[in-house]
Ligand binder design. Structure first.
Ligand code: GLN
Length: 486
């Protein structure tokens, strides 16, 4: 058995045919984690008791052989910013090092309802701020394709777990690219759903108007299966969309073939790494051979997305992270002797509990929201965000010249070396130049590897992105499946 070759589909069939049990598969994955995760560092904590309890229940379901959910017995990993009742959730921050979740995030409850085996919590940049997972307060995560390189971020642990064969699929969160960019750098598939399609209840908020939870897996089909399991309306999340979407994991090549794909000229700019350009062109050529039609389109406000993001995101961060004040969250027991008033308590607990990137963004956010600067920065950025959204509406809604899906590179470069960008925030921020616009517009986007990258082959993965209309996950998943199955 090889953990790298398992997919949800193959495990499901194997369980049904009694080729192996969920308990055996769970043991097998924990053994693999013990051997391999020392070098990869994908996990922050393991939830073995839960995993074996559920595996037992899954095996009972397969014994009875009735009404078996698709994810029963499937070993999954979770980014450590989602609450899992009774277990540690750190968000990659020292300030939450000892925090035990008091309830289940909706996505976790849904996975538990399916009898999915949750193996553990994966590493991330602190509070999901970063593009390399180097901002974790605990340790770095290495890219399974080249251990001297980053897995991307901020959901680097979840991407590396799937690429390294340490989980069959996983969940991450994407605020400006944190699912798609690490998926691209690790050679796996990652989906950022439409804003509001997956409940954010129980996700530690970064920027509430942009955050979305979504899956990683080795195939588009597996990603669609996990997406089907976690999506849907949730009354605990006021931004959750009420409408039900159809199931997305059924392969339909006729549907995929008739979709028209737009190539935005603003996404194919100088400065993209040569290999990325080449990989994305290969993908386009393959789609053309498969009969897919392409059109050149323009999204003229793309160039403002990054600067706009680094105003809106810090503004929301400074509000969301205010709750980590050392009183309700944080460990002040060892600070007590140094604190004489409330202000000092805040200063000391935040000063010790937050890392440099988090501090940088909280300060920036407080500044852009402060009286006198609000209109010049935050107010203006909101207007520009609207222009970026209008670009998408225009190309998607145009009845004559419109397109169904947009294809673009996911990241301007392949995986970079650990440490290479750590001291240069700007070059790190540039990693998200192609992913941020979809978060602004709240539309779904899928990163697909140009081809199957085998760990150990020495090749660094390249991914491309399929961006869809609001609530049209079906389109990008259908095209992604058409690509991977042909
Ligand atoms: N890398 C981006 C940032 O640092 C995106 C983060 C995310 O999507 N969570 O903000």
């Amino acid at each position: 058995m090889n953990t790298h070759t398992f997919t949800i589909r193959s495990l499901y069939d194997g369980f049904r045919k009694k080729e192996f049990s969920a308990k055996e598969i769970t043991e097998f994955f924990f053994r693999r984690i013990e051997e391999k995760d020392k070098e990869i560092g994908a996990y922050l904590s393991l939830t073995k008791n839960h995993a074996f309890d559920v595996a037992k229940r899954a095996d009972e379901l397969f014994q009875k052989n009735t009404n078996i959910p698709l994810l029963a017995g499937i070993p999954l990993a979770l980014k450590d910013n989602m609450l899992f009742e009774g277990t540690k959730t750190t968000a990659g921050s020292k300030i939450l090092e000892h925090y035990i979740s008091s309830y289940d995030a909706t996505v976790i409850r849904k996975l538990k309802d399916q009898c999915a085996v949750l193996l553990g919590k994966t590493n991330l940049d602190e509070f999901a701020m970063g593009s390399s997972t180097e901002n974790s307060a605990f340790h770095v995560t290495r890219n399974p394709h080249d251990l001297s390189r980053v897995p991307g971020g901020s959901s680097g642990g979840s991407a590396a777990a799937v690429a390294g064969g340490l989980a069959v699929a996983s969940l991450g969160s994407d605020t400006g690219g944190s699912i798609r960019q690490p998926a691209s750098l690790c050679g796996v598939v990652g989906l950022k759903p439409t804003y509001g399609m997956v409940s954010r209840y129980g996700l530690i908020a970064l920027a509430s108007s942009l955050d979305q939870i979504g899956p990683f897996a080795k195939t588009v089909e597996d990603v669609a299966m996990v997406y089907d399991a976690i999506k849907g309306h949730d009354e605990h999340d006021a931004t959750s969309i009420p409408d039900e979407q159809p199931e997305t994991h059924h392969y339909d090549s006729d549907y995929a073939k008739q979709l028209v794909v737009g190539i935005p000229k603003e996404y194919f700019i100088d400065g993209i790494e040569k290999e990325v350009q080449k990989g994305v062109n290969e993908a386009i050529e393959k789609f053309k051979r498969l009969g897919v039609r392409f059109k050149e389109i323009s999204l003229p406000h793309t160039k403002f997305a990054l600067s706009c993001y680094y105003i809106i995101l810090p503004a929301e961060v400074s509000a969301n992270l205010a709750r980590f004040d050392g009183i309700r969250y944080g460990n002040i027991s060892n600070l007590k002797s140094q604190i004489s008033n409330l202000k000092e308590l805040y200063e000391k607990s935040k000063g010790m509990g937050f890392g440099p990137e988090t501090k940088r963004r909280v300060l920036l956010g407080t500044f852009v929201l402060s009286a006198g600067y609000y209109d010049a920065y935050y107010g203006k950025a909101q207007k520009v965000r609207q222009l970026i959204n209008n670009d998408f509406t225009k190309v998607f809604d145009d009845t004559e010249d419109g397109v169904d899906v947009i294809l673009a590179p996911t990241s301007p470069t392949r995986a970079f070396k650990i440490g290479e960008r750590a001291s240069d925030p700007l070059s790190m921020y540039l990693s998200d130049i192609f992913t941020i616009p979809a978060n602004f517009a709240g539309i779904p986007a899928l990163s697909v590897p140009v081809k199957q990258y085998v760990v150990g082959s020495g090749e660094l993965p390249v991914g491309f992105q399929l961006i869809g209309k609001k609530m049209h996950e079906k389109d990008i998943l259908a095209l992604g499946m058409y690509y991977e199955k042909n």
